[in-house]
Design a protein around this ligand. Structure first.
Ligand code: UDP
Ligand code: MG
Length: 320
């Protein structure tokens, strides 16, 4: 039987981009069928789009039956959309790609060459990124270095979610039960033989980014909390340090009270201590809150997503 390659594309309000995306993807799918002698399927996961992307996607299946669409009942988020696509994909490999053509789909053919060499995860490494603000580039760089320091395994630096995975790695990934799906971290965590392919990331061809600063911060926090409890330890160290400092302060206060005649006005020192301790306590509480909130999400164990309808699939996946 000839192998089959799946490509998963999360889509959220990308109406203007569907047509150029379809044209490029169709060419890539043809290359897969012709030069690779394999089957191809392209799965769009419509993450609750409200701009007409859904209808545009549905039409594609009539033009080319290899193109299928899964419609979420509402917007569940990028990382969930990726996970859902992987669940519904039936290929021997599954490649995840953004809808905005920042990642060149032709790179998939290079991924496949690496896959044939025996690699089970092939991810794209950004050599250059066009059309991003210096601030986004800098924060992204800091984030990947921070997470590398905090975790005890390697999340490859400067990679996104553009990657190919072998069926073995996909099945391993799907067995991870967490609700907080920081996909690039989970994929690094499952292991297998992994390698990178260098590429230049282009700027968005249409529409605009769905990751403003606020969401990026959330995303970064998801990544850190999913793989490291270092912030909790940091809170403990800060607590230990302030407790030690307070102890010295107490000794000094007692000494001043009983052995010197200094009448201390006291306001400044009290304010400093109160504010400092209050700050440290709130910080520690905040860190615990971040973890607690995520623990709460995990215990509730709600389904990751709901499907409104699907177009072009032969059967439902096991998990839905
Ligand atoms: N996306 C999604 N759900 C969301 C936000 C984004 O499925 O809630 C999709 C979006 O359509 C795109 C991909 O995720 O295909 C990456 O989003 P975007 O390009 O906005 O992120 P950036 O490249 O700017 O980090
Ligand atoms: Mg993008």
């Amino acid at each position: 039987m000839s192998p089959k390659h799946s490509i998963v594309i999360p889509v959220f309000n990308e109406a203007q981009g569907i047509e150029p995306l379809f044209a490029r993807m169709r060419a890539v799918a043809d290359r897969i069928t012709q030069t690779e002698r394999a089957d191809a399927e392209v799965i769009f996961v419509d993450d609750g789009s409200r701009d007409g992307s859904d209808e545009a996607l549905d039409r594609l299946n009539q033009l080319d039956a290899r193109f299928k669409t899964l419609h979420f009942s509402r917007n569940f988020g990028h990382q969930v959309a990726i996970s859902a696509g992987m669940e519904w994909a039936t290929g021997d490999t599954v490649t995840v790609m953004d809808a905005d053509l920042q990642d060149p789909p032709e790179l998939i053919l290079e991924f496949l060459a690496k896959w044939r060499e025996g690699f089970e995860v092939v991810y794209a490494v950004r050599r250059r990124r066009e059309g991003e603000t210096p601030f986004k580039l800098w924060t992204a760089k800091m984030f990947y270095r921070l997470i590398r320091k905090l975790t005890h395994f390697d999340i490859p630096v400067d990679t996104g979610d553009f990657r190919l995975m072998d069926r073995k790695a996909v099945d391993a990934f799907l067995r991870l039960p967490e609700r907080n799906r920081f996909v690039r971290g989970l994929v690094a965590w499952v292991g297998y033989r992994q390698t990178g392919v260098l590429y230049d990331r282009e700027s968005r061809k249409f529409g605009e980014t769905h990751y403003p600063f606020r969401k990026m911060l959330r995303f970064a926090l998801d990544g850190v909390t999913a793989f490291s409890s270092a912030p909790l330890q940091l809170a403990m160290y800060a607590g230990t340090f302030t407790a030690a400092a307070s102890f010295i302060g107490i000794l000094w206060a007692l000494y001043a009270r009983f052995f010197t005649r200094a009448t201390i006005p006291g306001w400044t020192s009290i304010m400093i201590v109160v504010l400092f301790l209050g700050g440290v306590q709130l910080l520690a509480l905040g860190i615990m809150g971040e973890y607690l909130g995520r623990v709460f999400d995990e215990v509730r164990a709600r389904p990751l997503y709901f499907v409104g309808r699907s177009v072009g699939f032969e059967r439902q996946p096991h998990a839905n």
